[in-house]
Design a protein around this ligand. Structure first.
Ligand SMILES: [Mg+2]
Length: 442
């Protein structure tokens, strides 16, 4: 893997350029590392960050905790059993947002073409800076790691390749402090033996679809025509087909506020099998997604809804009649999903993913029924919540879960600012400026 760019090291030959060069920067155990940075007592020790004073689930584990099998999603009670020395720390989202903002701002100096992908990940399009970095990706990789360290005192891992999907996969290969470079000409062969689910964005649901066509690994994708996934998933299907062949056409999206998809998920209390509680959680997720859509003046039609049972994830694509940004309409899809895919067993996690938001109002809803038009009440709710904090006003059904602290959304606002982070995350947050009513409602 070394030779391609080593040969070009002393050459200014333009032929050394890759057609596209994309890096994915991923902070190492971000939340836990911030805690260790701020509190020297925690350095070198196993740390589990939990969400809220009552938090029972670890949302970030330091590298010292990982040999004990402690990772994101591990119950705190279980973590303490496996590693009695593990330190429990309550998350400070405002602090993480502040550090993240500083890191993202510093990365602009490496390349102005940056897409803040989540609170601790960013894509950099390096295509037009290659000459500046003398066509040596490892040069840029080192510079990225130095830049992040100087801005925050924290370590990150970097993946560099010719497309986003391969870069994202590469960044995970040598953590922490890793740098993995996959030259574009080697990318297809590198991905070929991997299970499809190794790629970002391909969950068990999508993998199940491809399995029906005998496609299990990325290399298998060549065996089917692009029309097969296109018929099922539309443009997303076409992209999946190309992604598996290391030809992900997606551009680094430098627009700050628009989103290609959005996700909300929650970990449930242990042994949850009560349909009323499940409904409450789904309604909360549906409302969160709807509020984000309305804030961006967007609508979505395709929702990927999932739940995790003890034997694994169960997911399905659900389509609303009209593209929507109404929480109740999304919640109806969740209920339909439950009727079709849930048979009363224990549920550990729930999840909603919305695909390809479109501008609201692009297509007038001439055929939409008027009976389920909640746009008036939604607007009132948004106005009040805008002023007094997320979920000040909310649907009555939600009170049932009022005691539960929220899980930090994996799909974090892309503008990289602390206020964006806080405003989409309801509930009491340590260090935050807003306390929403949902946590104090009986
Ligand atoms: Mg990370």
């Amino acid at each position: 893997m070394q030779r391609q760019y080593t040969v070009r090291m002393n050459s200014n030959d333009i032929t050394g350029a890759w057609r596209r060069m994309i890096a994915l920067v991923d902070m190492d155990a971000f939340f836990a590392s911030v805690e260790q940075l701020d509190n020297p007592r925690l350095q070198g020790r196993p740390v589990g960050v939990v969400n809220g004073e009552q938090g029972s689930t670890i949302i970030a584990a330091s590298y010292e905790a990982r040999p004990f099998g402690i990772r994101t999603g591990t119950r705190w009670a279980e973590a303490r059993q496996r590693c009695p020395d593990c330190v429990r720390i309550v998350a400070r989202p405002a602090r993480y947002a502040e550090v993240s903002t500083r890191i993202m701002a510093a990365l602009h100096d490496v390349s102005p073409d940056i897409e803040v992908f989540s609170i601790d990940e960013a894509f950099l399009d390096l295509t037009s800076c290659q000459r500046y970095y003398r066509y040596r990706p490892e040069h840029v990789g080192t510079l990225i790691q130095q830049t992040v360290y100087e801005a925050s005192g924290l370590a990150c891992s970097v993946g560099i390749s010719g497309d986003k999907t391969t870069a994202k996969w590469a960044a995970r290969q040598q953590k922490p402090r890793g740098m993995t470079i996959v030259p574009p000409e080697e990318a297809e062969a590198t991905l070929a033996p991997l299970a499809l689910t190794e790629l970002c964005g391909i969950g068990p649901g999508i993998a199940e679809f491809f399995a029906e066509y005998g496609v299990f690994t990325c290399g298998d994708m060549k065996k089917i025509p692009i029309s097969v996934p296109a018929r099922r998933f539309g443009n997303l299907g076409r992209r999946l087909w190309l992604m598996a062949q290391a030809r992900d056409p997606a551009a680094v999206d430098t627009r700050q506020h628009e989103q290609k998809s959005m996700s909300h998920g929650k970990i449930l209390p242990p042994q949850t099998r009560n349909p009323a509680i499940l409904h409450t959680y789904y309604l909360h997720l549906a409302e969160k997604m709807a509020i984000r859509l309305r804030r961006n003046d967007q609508v979505i039609r395709d929702f990927h809804i999932g739940l995790r049972a003890p034997e694994g994830w169960r997911q399905a694509w659900m389509q609303s009649e009209q593209p929507t940004n109404d929480g109740l309409a999304i919640f109806q899809l969740c209920k339909r999903f439950l009727r079709q895919h849930w048979f009363g067993e224990v549920v550990q996690q729930v999840h909603i993913h919305g695909n390809t938001p479109a501008p609201a109002g692009a297509q007038p809803d001439f055929f939409a029924g008027t009976s389920d038009d909640n746009s008036g009440s939604n607007q009132v709710m948004d106005n009040i919540n805008e002023q007094f904090g997320a979920f000040t006003l909310h649907r009555g059904l939600m009170n049932a879960q009022a005691q539960n602290a929220p899980i930090i959304s994996p799909a974090w606002a892309r503008n990289g600012t602390a206020s964006g982070f806080l405003s989409i995350t309801p509930g009491v947050m340590t260090g935050g400026t807003r306390k929403s009513k949902i946590t104090s409602t009986k």
